[in-house]
Design a binder for this molecule. Sequence first.
Ligand code: MN
Length: 484
Amino acid sequence: MRAPSPDHATPPHALAYVLQRHDATRLHYDLRLEWRGVMKSWAVTLGPSLDPADRRLAIAVEDHPLAWNAFEGVIPAGEYGAGTVQIYDRGTWVPDAPDRVDADLAAGKLGFTLHGARLRGGFALVRMPPREEDRRQESWLLIKKNDAWARPGAGDAALADPTSVVSGRTLAAIAADAPPRRRRAQGGGGDGSAAAHGPGRVIWPVSDGRPALTRGDLLRYIEAYADRLLRHIARRPLTMLRAPGGIDGHVFLQRHAMKGMPAVIREIDLTDDTCEPYVYIEGVAGLLALVRLHVVEFHPWGATVDALNTPDRLTFDLDPDAGLDFGRVVSAAGELKQRLEAAGLAPFLKSTGGKGLHVVVPLDARAPGAAGWPAAKAFARNLCATMAADSPDRYTLTLAKKARGGRIFLDYLRNDRTASAIAPWSPRARAGAPVAVPLAWSALDAGLRPGGRPLASLLDAPVLPDSWAGFEAAAVRLPDLKPA
Ligand code: MN
């Protein structure tokens, strides 16, 4: 195995790393490492130390979207993480064992090398056993490895610079530069906190000719489409994207229960892979409670809480390289459909509301001998690998954006136990308020555009017909993998 090399200028897989200095209730440093399309995050109370003798407490916090890496500014009072954020360091990171990151995270021991402007070299994150009195807090230790970048006796040497690595500003300068808080209430006065949580609060600002949409608009949409959405999210663990300050504010992903949640938001303990309970809902009351907690996006698991180890859907994510013509994604979806049908499965098409398409396959999780996650993942990987082998100039199975080279990433990685995918009918926290929508296969033609449906177009209009009406009825048992 290749030893981690701090001097390696261009890591083979460029995964983003950022260290944000965060002057919140307490000053701390948010260490974020890109993994599977999100930033895994730890709040490091004292910041990373360069002294291998130091063990710095690192509390696991919610995953953040990649876009958050560029945030430097002020999170307004009353919002999660209120305070000033400074980009203290950034660059890339390389796991010691790139093929084992999921297993290492689950096992609570991740070794990696940072290639930042200020922090470099090998580190280890080691999870401590959960404490009975607070099982919701996952505590890790961040430890510098003994290498050329270690500074015994001078652990804080890399934290001495008070300025942003991006803007050169101090925390005080960033706070002073922050624009005065936007006025968020529409019509009527009210105090700041009422405005922040009231129905007039803007979630999606005006964008490209599309109107601003408020919490009230979101609630009206959710009420109209609750049955549609619940069909795909009820009784499934959820990853939720929360946007308490609207989509231009502090946006973060949440998979775990939080203190003070109403009882209609259920918890499920999965003690085998994490010490924190996951969240699911049963019906409309839970759905509305989540929206009141500023959830904008719903990403369910491919299994229900009744049979978490047996997937009842497969999701294939067709993720095009930047700038790739959407027609290529359209033809990829058509090819995938043919291959799935040839395997005896019934694929369905979904616009993600982003730049890609999902192809989703219902599975009969109750069939005798129904496949578990390892078999489902192997099936999905095998199918995608065959497609990529047949058209290596069009498709890749490589996650790294750099390696895509004008190709479509066939993302089969959503077919795993704790993985999730955007739900049909879920709004997206993106400019213009798109909604991920089920599509009929007849919509797959040269005229199809990415981006789902604008939420505004679904308000005050008859509820759209459901292109996936036969989804559950089409579920079959996953065929066995033929030996290669
Ligand atoms: Mn923080």
